[in-house]
Design a protein around this ligand. Structure first.
Ligand SMILES: Nc1ncnc2c1ncn2[C@@H]1O[C@H](COP(=O)(O)OP(=O)(O)O)[C@@H](O)[C@H]1O
Ligand SMILES: [Mg+2]
Length: 462
């Protein structure tokens, strides 16, 4: 290269570098870089593409390809650019005048942007590790480099993108339309330019990661604020229901007294009975809400006798249901699931809520049956409650675990929400096998942690 040419080259690189450094958005930067490679007053190639090394996937990914779709289009573009006289104003032209939309829509870009190849394959992209640019032709291609054949690359320039000594990808360019031979000067200018570009690309990728990170941080912060609101709301609800409960206990007591004072045949007595029933209902609601807000409290976990807990609970529920003699209870409790690590009070609540639902589902049936089973499965203790009460209508399925959702005239809709809360608190999962028209089976799986394992955890924790 003679001296004049070198000065020219440095001027050019300076202008292109200015354009690159003034671009603040990564996506736009790819367009600026490739346009610089392809405009006649820039590096003057006919077509150019950027590929980036995707480190986590160990692949080379096509990012953007810039090329006119036909020789006619190419000629129009070149003629326009010739008349524009953009030399000296190239930086601002590159930043402001690129038709990004048109570049994205070219057939060339469509193929490039969908390209991905594993770097372990037989591909010329292995040359991203080289510290120089090359002129390649179709004889240099690897057996997996089908894309270059598909796009009819014959002679082309290959310049690795190197930033801080690390390969981040490559620029590939050729003179597909005017068939101008690629010179060593072209290659050395392209290599200088690709190094400038690589640093800019890497910087903007860093900015992008930083932007994403701070976005996620903000989202998380908002989540936290939201959770705190819910927590405070939960507290307020618990306080209020506590007050209501106390008032109700008083009121129910006086209604009982008034009932005793009035004649059972009197209309007053019947009214009082209705009042009592309604008050009982609200009282039960306060109990459920209380449990629901407690469900979010920390539980007191220990190894306990699950079998005994289930048998006791069934006995209690049977007596509650003394008027309904139709219901049969069946238990099938595995000796391998005799003990469970958890909060016995909360697990009892789970059993009561599920069994009560089953009892309500079969209350009108003659042959109502509730089966409670336990067994061990891998690292889980499984508890299931099954009934033949007709199951749940498919259209209600998405809602049954939602708080305050109930299909019962006197339901609180909190039973299953409490169950789910407690199961989650035990790091377990709950599943529903629903047999429409036949019955429902709720299956709970809780990790089986033995006392020793728990101690080990403590020890390891320091
Ligand atoms: N075993 C079951 N069989 C049929 N439907 C059920 C069963 N368990 C729950 N459901 C349905 O899920 C809804 C929500 O249950 P739950 O949260 O316990 O509230 P509630 O019992 O107060 O209605 C019930 O209203 C009912 O429609
Ligand atoms: Mg219920």
């Amino acid at each position: 290269m003679d001296k004049d040419k070198i000065v020219e080259e440095w001027k050019l690189l300076y202008e292109l570098g200015t354009a690159i450094s003034l671009t603040t958005e990564l996506k736009k930067l790819f367009h600026v870089v490739l346009t610089a490679v392809t405009i006649g007053d820039g590096l003057g190639f006919n077509r150019a593409a950027i590929f980036l090394y995707n480190r986590p996937n160990n692949t080379i990914d096509g990012i953007l390809g810039v090329a006119p779709d036909s020789i006619q289009e190419a000629t129009i573009i070149w003629d326009t650019l010739k008349n524009l006289d953009i030399r000296g104003k190239m930086a601002s032209w590159l930043i402001n005048e690129i038709n990004i939309e048109a570049q994205l829509n070219s057939n060339f870009n469509k193929i490039i942007s969908q390209f991905r190849i594993n770097i372990e394959k037989d591909t010329i992209f292995k040359n991203i590790y080289q510290k120089e640019a090359f002129i390649f032709n179709s004889n240099n291609l690897g057996s997996d480099d089908k894309i270059f054949k598909e796009l009819n690359f014959e002679e082309f320039a290959f310049a690795p993108l190197i930033s801080r000594e690390q390969p981040i990808g490559a620029i590939v360019a050729d003179n597909f339309y005017n068939k101008r031979p690629i010179t060593q000067d072209d290659i050395s200018t392209l290599f200088l330019f690709s190094n400038q570009s690589a640093i800019a690309i890497e910087n903007l990728m860093g900015v992008e990661t930083y932007k994403n990170m701070s976005k996620r941080l903000i989202e998380e912060q908002q989540n936290l604020i939201h959770q705190k609101h819910i927590f405070n709301l939960g507290r307020a609800v618990a306080d209020i229901t506590h007050e209501i409960k106390n008032a109700l206990i008083g009121a129910i007591g006086f209604v009982e007294r008034a009932k005793k004072l009035s004649d059972t045949n009197q209309q007053t007595y019947k009214y009082l009975e209705i009042v009592k029933k309604e008050l009982d209902r609200v009282y039960n609601l306060t109990l459920d809400i209380n449990r629901y807000s407690k469900g979010q409290n920390r539980s007191v976990k220990k190894q306990f006798d699950l079998e005994k807990l289930i048998l006791d609970t069934v006995e209690t529920l049977k007596t509650i249901d003394s008027k309904n003699q139709n219901i049969k209870f069946e238990t099938s409790l595995s000796e391998f699931a005799k003990y469970l690590y958890g909060d016995p009070d909360q697990i009892k609540q789970v059993l009561i809520n599920l069994t009560k639902n089953s009892m309500e589902a079969i209350s009108n049936k003659k042959d109502g049956l509730i089966k409670i089973s336990t067994y061990k499965e891998d690292k889980f203790i499984v508890i299931s409650v099954e009934d033949n009460g007709g199951g749940i209508d498919v259209k209600f399925l998405p809602y049954v675990f939602k708080p305050f959702y109930s299909t019962k005239s006197h339901g609180t809709g909190l039973g299953l929400s409490i169950v789910r809360e407690i199961v989650q608190e035990h790091n377990g999962v709950i599943n529903l096998n629903n047999f429409v028209g036949k019955g429902a089976k709720f299956i709970i799986k809780i990790p089986n942690i033995t006392e020793e394992e728990k101690d080990e955890k403590k020890d390891n924790g320091g």
